[in-house]
Design a protein around this ligand. Structure first.
Ligand code: SAM
Length: 176
């Protein structure tokens, strides 16, 4: 099962850091791909590629595609779409159903107001609590529930650096 994250509504300058964090969470929490819809932001892509080069992993990065077309194409190729929104069904009600389906999943997160078409196209509109917070926290919690915490212990192939967890202080291994 492939998991991709689609970030929509990115506003250059204003959202650069948050969108980068969405990409970082996607990678660190086990997604196979990150898609920045409707816009190219070289700064964001460069930051993510730098992290991939140093910390490893093989997350695919796509940018500048039309988000609605991408979603429709994803569904046509038998994938399903999970839209994270505070208006959706509570994650605890729906996560088992989402886990049972072995279809590839596209997780959609917004920035500002998300147009109604996304709610209609989504197979699941999922809330992580019904309070407004952040796409970064919503995505992290969703992926953590989806992977049942196992993603935190995943090794990232081809990393140049790895942390050895310590009670105190920092221990890192530099690799070739
Ligand atoms: N006001 C916006 C709206 O009407 O959709 C929400 C903006 S919020 C800053 C940006 C994104 O964070 C949302 O599009 C959604 O993906 C995510 N988000 C925020 N709170 C959430 C929640 N409680 N549950 C799930 N996702 C949430």
């Amino acid at each position: 099962m492939k998991i991709y994250v689609l970030r929509i509504g990115h506003r250059p300058e204003r959202d650069k850091r948050i969108t980068t964090h969405v990409g970082l969470v996607a990678r660190a929490f086990g997604a196979n791909g990150f898609v920045l819809g409707d816009i190219n932001d070289e700064g964001v892509i460069e930051s993510l590629n730098k992290v991939l080069k140093k910390w490893g992993g093989s997350m695919e990065i796509i940018s500048g595609v039309n988000s609605i077309k991408f979603i429709k194409e994803w569904k046509r190729s038998n994938g399903e779409v999970v839209h994270l929104t505070m208006y959706g069904l509570p994650i605890d009600y729906i996560i088992d159903k989402i886990k049972r389906s072995r279809k590839n999943k596209l997780i959609v997160v917004g920035a500002e107001k998300v147009p109604p078409e996304y709610y209609r196209l989504a197979d699941y509109n999922v809330s992580v609590g019904n309070q407004p917070h952040s796409e970064v926290s919503a995505l992290a919690i969703f992926l953590d529930r989806l992977f049942e915490g196992k993603e935190l212990y995943k090794r990232h192939p081809k990393s140049k650096i790895e942390i050895v967890p310590q009670e105190r202080g920092k221990k890192v291994v530099l690799k070739q």
